[in-house]
Every structure is written in structure tokens, then in C-alpha cells.
Design a protein around this ligand. Structure first.
Ligand code: SF4
Length: 321
């Protein structure tokens, strides 16, 4: 077994040598770390990088973000999905600016902002403020589950608690808490990966208790997928479309062609269908083109934030024009 101090040192040395150069790692500015952490929730690093760069060019600080119109914020988020994250980020920026413009100075202050939960507050506080707060994400849980051979399911709260306790013990020996947290996340993302862990390249292999890494963590209980068939009306004139802003549902605030009931449609012709998956639903979205539309209320689809499904439907309609 390796003691906590040795483990911490090995992880920090490994991270210093192997860390990926990512735009939000260029400095530990709290705003930049915050934006990157929100974008990285449920989205892969490679996908986030270009969005992050464009975002920083347009909203370089919290004041610029707070001053922006929500529609623009959502439009610039389009493609990252899970739009609630963008709305919360925007709301939090406004809250910060309304309170004088200073970003929180500790984890508790961050935790109090909209959209900043346990994980994100620990990440920002450790990376940008040097606070020894353990981060627990899917990568850290997998590394902990294997290293400690815990035999717990990926979605078991006990695994979360064990990973947090392990991280806290390691942080006690870390001069740079942000680097230690990032080393665990990076190890999970690049070495102790879900399906093909490379134990021969692992800096903490000497202390790892997992005899069969792939058997940890145990699989989570599956939530069944629901199949749905929905119909949409495509009314277009000169590249502009009839679009409506969603008030409720999966993507409130985003725009897409109006959903319709087949029985109520007159003068339409089938255009095809697209498939879309969102939070445990598999959707077959059928599109019907409205014939002889007068174009009243037509919207330029590039001028509004489209939902993911909306983008697919407009692309289908554009191909069929
Ligand atoms: S030795 Fe293998 S299973 Fe254990 S932490 Fe390292 S990569 Fe993961």
C-alpha cells in the first residue's frame, strides 16, 4: 500500500508532466474556471474547447456576460446542449454584478450562486482559490472505486462519499489543491478510462487494490428509454421559418418549428423525419411542409437560439427546399 502523502506526490508529479494544455488552464482566473466547469458538465473536453474560446472572445468577464441579452447567451451556447446551464450561468453573472461585481472568495460563496453545485463549487474553489475542497465527478469516482476496490455501483451515493473522503485525505498533503483534483480527473479521463484502463501507465498502480479494474464500479441501475413520435410543421418562405419559442419541456427558451397534431393539419406534405435523443427519450420527429404559406411572422433561424431538435428539422427542411 502507498500512504496518502506518497500517493499525492505521485499524482502531482504525473499531472505536472502529463497535463493536457487546455485554454482554461492558461491561468486560474475564477471566471474562466467557472465558465469552463459549467461547459464541461455533460460535454466532452474536445467539444468544449471551440465553444469556450468563442465565449471568452465575446464575454471576457462577468460584467460582459451579465450585460448580454439572454437570447444571445443561448445562441452562443447552441450546440453544447443542456441549455439550463447557460441560463443559470447568465443568472449567476447578473447576481454577481448586481451585488457589486466581485466574484465569490470561497467555496460557500460559489455554492450560493445559481447553477453552481457541489462539484462545480469544489472545482472553482480548489483550482482558482486554492481551497482544499475535494471534487467528485464520474472520473474521480471510477478511479476511487477501482483503486480502493469498493464494489459499489457508479450511481451509489456511498461511492460518492467514499471518493470524497479519499480525495480529502489526499488533499491534506497537496500544496496545490486544484492540481491534485485535476490530476485525479485527468487520470480517470486518460489512463483509468471506463473500458480500457492502462494500468501499466498509471502513477498509482503500486497501491491499486483492483484485481479486475473493469469490474469497478458496478453498473448503475438502468433507466429505460421511452420511444416517442412527434410531428412538426415546417412553414418556410425565402429561407425564413415559422418558429416558436418553447416555454416548457426539455429546452425552455429555445426555438423550433411548432409541434402539431396530424389531424389538425391542412395543406401539408410529408418532408421526412429526423431522430433525436434527449433525457431518456428517443424521438422520431416527422416534418410536414406547409404549402402556400404567406410568410407572416417568419423568423431567420440563424438569429435565434435553436434547440437541438430544431436544428435537425431546419437542416432537413433546407435539404428539401
Ligand atoms: S492501476 Fe489501473 S485500475 Fe488502478 S487506478 Fe491505475 S489505471 Fe485505474
Amino acid at each position: 500500500m502507498l500512504d496518502s502523502a506518497t500517493l499525492t506526490r505521485r499524482l502531482l508529479d504525473w499531472f505536472a508532466a502529463r497535463r493536457r494544455e487546455l485554454p482554461w488552464r492558461r491561468d486560474a482566473d475564477p471566471y474562466r474556471v467557472w465558465v469552463s466547469e459549467i461547459m464541461l458538465q455533460q460535454t466532452r473536453v474536445e467539444a468544449v474547447v471551440p465553444f469556450y474560446e468563442r465565449w471568452m472572445a465575446r464575454f471576457p468577464d462577468v460584467t460582459a456576460l451579465a450585460a448580454a441579452d439572454e437570447q444571445e447567451v443561448l445562441r452562443r451556447w447552441a450546440g453544447l446542449g443542456y441549455y439550463r446551464r447557460a441560463r443559470m450561468l447568465h443568472a449567476a453573472a447578473k447576481e454577481v454584478v448586481a451585488a457589486g461585481g466581485a466574484l465569490p472568495a470561497d467555496r460557500a460563496g460559489w455554492r450560493a450562486l445559481p447553477g453552481v453545485g457541489e462539484y462545480t463549487s469544489a472545482a472553482i474553489a480548489s483550482i482558482a482559490l486554492g481551497e482544499p475542497a475535494a471534487v467528485v465527478d464520474g472520473n474521480v469516482k471510477r478511479v476511487a472505486a477501482r483503486f480502493l476496490a469498493l464494489g459499489l455501483a457508479a450511481d451509489d451515493r456511498k461511492l460518492h462519499q467514499a471518493a470524497e473522503a479519499w480525495g480529502t485525505a489526499l488533499l491534506a498533503h497537496a500544496p496545490s489543491p486544484g492540481d491534485l483534483n485535476q490530476s485525479l480527473m485527468e487520470l480517470g479521463a486518460t489512463v483509468c478510462t471506463p473500458r480500457a484502463p492502462r494500468c501499466g501507465n498509471c502513477p498509482i498502480a503500486a497501491g491499486c487494490a483492483a484485481e479486475e479494474p473493469l469490474s469497478h464500479p458496478l453498473p448503475p441501475k438502468k433507466t429505460p428509454w421511452k420511444e416517442l413520435q412527434l410531428d412538426f410543421l415546417i412553414a418556410e418562405k425565402g429561407g425564413r421559418y415559422l418558429l416558436e419559442q418553447k416555454r416548457t419541456g426539455w429546452t425552455p427558451g429555445m426555438w423550433e418549428p411548432p409541434g402539431v397534431r396530424l389531424g389538425r393539419m391542412v395543406s401539408t406534405t410529408p418532408l421526412g423525419s429526423v431522430r433525436h435523443t434527449i433525457t431518456h427519450h428517443k424521438i422520431e420527429a416527422r416534418a410536414f411542409r406547409q404549402l402556400d404559406w404567406d410568410g407572416v411572422g417568419a423568423v431567420d433561424p440563424a438569429a435565434v437560439p435553436l434547440s437541438g431538435l430544431g436544428r435537425k428539422l431546419i437542416a432537413l427542411a433546407e435539404r428539401g427546399r
